[in-house]
Ligand binder design. Structure first.
Ligand SMILES: [Zn+2]
Length: 315
């Protein structure tokens, strides 16, 4: 018969072995989840991403993300913790934009700009307004004749109304701040363009010495009107108008804009033949680098106010 002291010691050892197994199992699970969350976030089920959101942040104070939404536009600008979204792609691509915003830790946008009323720009905005929301939304003021009556636009207006966001009609010369960056509205200049593309809100974003231009689907008509205002259009990075269509990026405009980098937001094998071959050749004669979302996927340009750094998804 064992003495009482011996039995207790034996029990302790057995219990410790059991705890060791449990601790080991818990450690394996925790390490696996952390490894999955930080190392393999793209493959994580939604369940895990929601519990362990992975914020893909850079060290830069200023970032522009040209989100790949196929044939459409969507750009996210982040500066000092403030954020602005210009467009959200076509209907059906809202999930791309929402996932992108969540992945980058955006809980609410400071600004949304709806460049113009075509569905490849505002199609995804309803869901973004419903799910993420914004404090301010800037969009062109339209006449009754210009106002679309389709379901996409109706849904967009309903979401704008429900969001409680301050609605701001775009006005040439109006300036706003986004963190320590500032942006100015350059267009639309007119209020009665026949083609809605030429009612696109055109934005010049300045951070330190770096300037980014966002042109929506502005065509040569709006480009000429903007030049005529005498605005300084010189920029580092141009979001090429109308997905590289032959109706945009006129020589006069590119002379004034003089971009170092061009970004074309365009879908692979789209029905419109965007970007137009001649326009790509023309852009090459101005810019050192051209990036396309159909080839690169998501494109991110960061800057420190002087130097630009470009990275993209399909390296
Ligand atoms: Zn478009």
């Amino acid at each position: 018969m064992k003495r009482m002291q011996e039995v207790t010691e034996e029990d302790k050892k057995t219990k410790f072995r059991k705890y060791k197994k449990i601790i080991y199992l818990v450690a394996v699970v925790v390490i696996s989840v952390i490894a999955a969350a930080f190392g393999f976030s793209d493959e994580l089920p939604v369940f895990f991403s929601e519990i362990f959101p992975v914020y893909e942040q850079t060290d830069s104070a200023f970032e522009v993300h040209y989100i790949d939404v196929g044939q459409g536009d969507s750009s996210l600008i982040i500066c000092d913790g403030q954020s602005m979204l210009i467009d959200a792609g076509e209907n059906g691509h809202e999930i791309d934009v929402l996932n992108y915003l969540r992945t980058h830790g955006i809980e609410k946008l400071d600004y949304i700009i709806a460049s113009h009323q075509h569905s490849d720009h505002i199609g995804g905005l309803s869901e973004v307004l419903d799910e993420i929301g914004t404090d301010n939304i800037i969009m062109p003021r339209l006449t009754k004749e210009q106002t679309p009556t389709n379901s996409t636009y109706t849904a967009f207006l309903k979401s704008v109304q429900n969001s409680g966001a301050k609605v701001i009609a775009s006005k040439v010369g109006a300036t706003y701040t986004l963190g320590s960056a500032s942006f100015e509205i350059l267009g639309p200049v007119t209020d009665d363009a026949e083609d809605i593309n030429n009612m696109s809100v055109v934005v010049k974003m300045t951070y330190g010495e770096n300037i980014f231009l966002f042109t929506g689907d502005a065509e040569k008509e709006e480009e000429r009107e903007i030049i005529a205002t005498g605005a300084d259009l010189d920029c580092d990075v141009l979001k090429v108008g109308h997905h590289g269509s032959g109706t945009s990026s006129g020589v006069d405009f590119l002379d004034a804009v003089s971009p170092e980098i061009c970004v074309i937001q365009v879908g692979a094998d789209n029905d419109y033949g965007h970007p137009h071959e001649n326009i790509v050749e023309r852009l090459e004669s101005y810019a050192d680098e051209i990036y396309r979302t159909d080839l690169c996927g998501d494109i991110v340009i960061t800057c420190d106010g002087n130097d630009l750094n470009v990275s993209y998804e399909n390296q």
